[in-house]
Design a binder for this molecule. Sequence first.
Ligand SMILES: Cc1cc2nc3c(=O)[nH]c(=O)nc-3n(C[C@H](O)[C@H](O)[C@H](O)COP(=O)(O)OP(=O)(O)OC[C@H]3O[C@@H](n4cnc5c(N)ncnc54)[C@H](O)[C@@H]3O)c2cc1C
Ligand code: SF4
Length: 534
Amino acid sequence: MAFDIVIVGGGPAGLTAAIRLRQENPELSVCLLEKGSEVGAHIVSGAVLEPTTLAELFPDWKERGAPLDTPVSDEKLLFLTEKSALPVPALHLLMPQMDNRGNYVISLGAFCRWLGEQAEALGVEIYPGFAGADLFMEGGKVCGVITGDMGVNRKGEEKPDYMPGMILRAKQTILAEGARGSLSKKAMAAFDLRKDADPQTFGLGIKEVWEIPAEKHRPGFVQHSFGWPLDTQTYGGAFLYHFGKNLVSYGFITALDYRNPWLSPFEEMQRTKQHPAFREHFEGGRRIIYGARAISEGGVQSLPHPVFPGGVLTGDCAGFLNMPKIKGIHTSMKSGIIAAEAVVDAIQNGQSEATSYMERLKNSWLWKELHAARNIRPAFSHWGMLGGALYSGIDSMIFRGKAPWTLRHRHADNETLLPAEQAPKINYPKADGKLTFNRAESVFLSNLSHDEDQPVHLQVQDMATWKATNLARFAAPESRYCPAGVYETSETEELVINAQNCVHCKSCDIKDPTQNINWCTPEGSSGPNYPSGM
Ligand SMILES: Cc1cc2nc3c(=O)[nH]c(=O)nc-3n(C[C@H](O)[C@H](O)[C@H](O)COP(=O)(O)OP(=O)(O)OC[C@H]3O[C@@H](n4cnc5c(N)ncnc54)[C@H](O)[C@@H]3O)c2cc1C
Ligand code: SF4
């Protein structure tokens, strides 16, 4: 099949790019692939939306019925100790990036479904349930993508319902796969796009949605925390947003450059709910959805060159997220708009590379915003939690993001673990089944579908390396960082992979110490089926 443009990924970046392409030139044929069973099925986010880019895309978004129903009404940033919570005073002055006035708490899944409808109304062809499994290369150039085979058994043999992958040819391919995209990783390696960039650094966001009693619901209330339970060298914290009809979105982000291999992001997330500042929000409620996803935290200094022969990178797969704001929706959407305009330009001028993308990015508010935010995340890696918090106050209030230096990211996340014997073990409390839960009960709420009789999509290249490094040196850290309990160590010290539980967060691809685990796309439609509240 041949199109002018193929987009891989139906998140905010890909859908926005699709819409802008057709707004710019309704003659262009645009196809969008989404590996989830429908648009929104694999989407995980907080999500507080800054509506700036949406207003650029559709100035009449209100009349079009965009699902932005809960304006932010009140917000708090708390520094937690084990028993107490200190609110950061004069928040908007000290940390202007945390100012959420004018923003909305949304379900990003519902928002993406709405964007999908807008795209289809403009003539974009959306194919949910189809994963982009490989880049289609010809003459050193990306000429489209190849979708995954369907109907292959665990041994790699064809089943009766076998359907080979399709080649979708395109003049330009827009990769919009979100953090640690599998095709984006291939494109970055094939064209050496990261050669001038700092290592990308990621966080793992784990999230639950709760339904709580109406009398306790405070629509638009936003709370963030830092400090306890993480140690002072680990970056991260919790968020809690009241939205929709008696819903609360609660989650915890743990930076994946953490050092202690005994740390479990899932357990950190569970135990934070027991803190008095969070606990009260869940009392009398019930947990209805669970999910997890990596985010790209590195900022502007970790961005790869986003243009390659035949295509571009947009959104979180490049790393357009503003970490101090904990926001990547409006930035991903903006990169989608800019990418679309550059791609239209390239096609109209018969160019194979959308060379104007970089220049357009550099002239945009997106670049200014990311540039101003660039030193805050690395400050926490350099000076720990308190030093980082102090630096971020100084950077925001005195330098206003214009400090004449740029702090670098020195390590990739897979390089930071200490040997297990040099790190303190962490005793996590047992789940109580009411407020806190174990992984198996949690993954049940991700509504997974995954045919077990298909090739394992978590490819461990070399089991001997796993034994010598992961098991012997780091005490099998994947059994703790995987939020879905996919990895277990058997009694005979073999690695067991429960691939059917994978929620596609991509943390194993990022954090595995020797980069021995490669996350590949499973059959289309596999994975979570998050409902609209997510
Ligand atoms: C827990 C958490 C909380 C967050 N909170 C906020 C917040 O409050 N505000 C905010 O602005 N941002 C927040 N973010 C960040 C925000 O969600 C992301 O920055 C944003 O969703 C990135 O958009 P994207 O389109 O680049 O990628 P994604 O949203 O990740 O979408 C990528 C899509 O591509 C699909 N895909 C991937 N690979 C393939 C493939 N090979 N073939 C086919 N389909 C593919 C995926 O299934 C997915 O649907 C949060 C993120 C997390 C994880
Ligand atoms: S197997 Fe990997 S990608 Fe899947 S849920 Fe676990 S850590 Fe995430």
